[in-house]
Design a protein around this ligand. Structure first.
Ligand code: URA
Length: 198
């Protein structure tokens, strides 16, 4: 069989997209991953949350944001009565995905070619969810969706657009664990996103 790659993501439905991600060998991360990390949440969630790449826990468990950063994210979502459950009210649900579906070795930064190869998967996930708000967490999510390399501090606090969908920028939760003072700013960003999603 030909090597599956993200270039063929256009038009796929959820099961086909999941299969395409699982079979992907478009970059060398496919050789070091334990498994791909597709995404999680309600398929029609009002919120879409985009992170960077799987870490150690995510690579082992096959779900995004299940390590320490994910626990902080879930706590913040809980405070807004939001969850990643796949069922229930779409208005109270999020869909969570990363810019990369495979863990970079030792959690190094994603490489430009990896981001480029993997991007069609995220694009298709966003098309399928059709969220009311996208929350882009950290600089790699921002680079992928806004094509901006401005620092988060300069982009947060206002509503951007991705393909017509309102998009709010905030700090990555792994960064917040090391920079507690910015947690209050991230909370403001989530509240801004919530006001848009209403
Ligand atoms: N950090 C991310 O960006 N994504 C995850 O899934 C876990 C940690």
């Amino acid at each position: 069989a030909p090597a599956a790659d993200a270039g063929s993501a256009a038009g796929l439905d959820w099961p086909a997209l999941r299969d395409a991600v699982a079979a992907c060998s478009a970059c060398t991360l496919s050789q070091s991953r334990t498994q791909t990390v597709f995404g999680v949440g309600h398929p029609q969630a009002h919120w879409m949350i985009v992170g960077e790449a799987p870490g150690e826990q995510e690579d082992l468990r096959g779900e995004p944001f299940v390590g320490p950063a994910g626990q902080l994210l879930d706590a913040m979502l809980r405070a807004l009565a939001l969850s990643r459950a796949a069922d229930g009210e779409a208005a109270q649900r999020v869909y969570i995905a990363n810019t990369l579906k495979c863990r970079p070795p030792r959690n190094r930064n994603p490489a430009p070619e990896e981001l480029q190869r993997c991007e069609p998967f995220l694009v298709r996930q966003i098309e399928l969810v059709r969220p009311r708000i996208i929350l882009a967490m950290g600089r790699f999510a921002v680079q992928a969706l806004l094509r901006s390399s401005e620092p988060i501090g300069k982009l947060r606090g206002r509503v951007h657009r991705y393909q017509g969908v309102p998009l709010v920028v905030t700090y990555h939760p792994a960064y917040l664990l090391r920079n507690l003072p910015d947690k209050a700013r991230a909370w403001d960003d989530l509240c801004l996103a919530a006001s848009v999603a209403e």
